[in-house]
Design a protein around this ligand. Sequence first.
Ligand code: DON
Length: 586
Amino acid sequence: MSFLLRPSYWLVILFLFNGCESIPFLKGSYTEKLESSVTVPQIEGASEKRDRYEFSGKEIIISSDHPLASQAGMEVWKQGGNVVDVFTASSFAISVLRPHSTGLLGGGFAIVYLPSKGKWAYDFRERSPKKGTASFFLNEDGTVIPGKTLKGAYSAAVPGNVQGILQIQKQHGKLPLSVVIAPALRYAKSGFSVYGDLAGAVTKTWPSMNQTMQKVFGIDNRPIREGELLIQEDLSKTLDRIIQNDKLEFLEGETIQKISEYYTAYENFISTEDFKNYQVKVSEPLMSSVWGHTILTMPPPSSGVHLVTMMNLYSEMQKRNTFPKGDVGEMIRITEAMRVAYRDRAELGGDPVYTNVPVPKLLSQGYSKEETNEIEKKVVSGSWPAVQEEGKKPESYNTTHISILDKDGNAVSTTQSVNGIFGAGQMVPETGLVLNNTMDDFAVAPGVPNLYGLVGSKANAIEPGKTPLSSMCPTILIDGSGKTKMVIGAPGGSQIPTSIFNTLYRYLIKKHDLYESVSYPRIHHQFSPDRLFLDPEIKPTYPQSDLPFYQVQYIRHRAKVFAVTREGDLLIGVSDPKGEGVPLGF
Ligand code: DON
């Protein structure tokens, strides 16, 4: 335990609750700030929070959105686990600690990079059930039934989190399930103190929760409050069954029986057969060279390809001298790169098994050049198309991300979700499990925006067995010398790709340190609505009057970035200061 004696690793017990887990915060030692730190604008309150949200070490760092999830990872690391054991422990833990964001009936993606073994992209996202067709969500005249993809039993797709996490653990983990699931089991059984974000989510969702769910997240028939103890007894039993039965539990176990019983009241929309047929998809990560690094990100149906297109377009525009000089030119380059990437996403994005997503073309230099030529025409002629539509603003900020990096460059980047806040708002009786509402990630009808204001085409239409398009894009960067440089990802719906873009832009192009890069005011454009969203703090640099060709809205970019970088022999983790998490490590 010598690390505790070093002045840079001291333990602060910030928060204790009788009978439940305490939350330790380890103060970071990373003090070599860049000269620029003093003047770098950050989102409100971020500069005072650095000590809590930044942490450095030499052995391993994890960054997640709950201190106990980070701690769960470190607990198994100390028992001889590797980065994958850390991933499994923190994934199960976060599903207990942030049930409004993710859970065992959600889905996700993970990039696993073990330099001496290989690299993998795991897709364990939800799939449309065999019965899943758009007809469930449309009136006879073809209009959309309001809210049916958003709440209730039909909004859920077949989950994949448990199947995915167990498969990754089996392939690359070292420790038994009983060890890596132990922290999650403890948090569910002994409870933890409800924090503000969770209490707010319970209150907001309370009216649409089914009774089973209100029982778990309520006390005396009212929503549980901040500071109260949340015990999830049924969930602890489900976790126990997973330890006992391993992957069989989600193939045909008691949990699956209970889910199918629940669905007898809903036309068997999800059936035992859907769980039997569920396949985790394993492929090569999408790889590309960009901004001096090799990027490993998630292939379609994730939005990794659109993140890379965005970066390529920005680089191409930088080579042209036709753009205005200074801040306005930079804003145009970034905004137009985002607009094209999200247009591609809307028009082409979808499950590659059902639709051709032309990844090589989107990543090609020729494509960046052609698209930049079009942008250049607007810039040079000054004739910008009029802004047509109002559209929905992006909203709802759940889902979760975990970034893990060790001293040997082994890394896991994973984003997991039940989609909207508390997913479908339905708990399956006697399981403690909340259904996702990921059917809403399909384009229920072309041009109809989803929860995040995103539109899609036929490529992302609902079909049985299909995986919905996702904004999630867990990412890993390798530097020019072949070393793992960064592990990064975010929750935040449509704002996920731009939150990663903004952070990489600040870190790699503008050379800010990681904390500044994460907390720097952000820029967001998602093609539809045709509106430029800017964090309020950069209004003085970018007043609407300087950007007459855009409709600007000053509003907080809510995606939360979780990242770890390597700088020399130091690993530096940052959890977004907008969230509840902390990075931890040794
Ligand atoms: O996969 C997607 O794009 C969405 N289900 C992600 C949802 C999300 O990030 C919610 N907010 N934080």
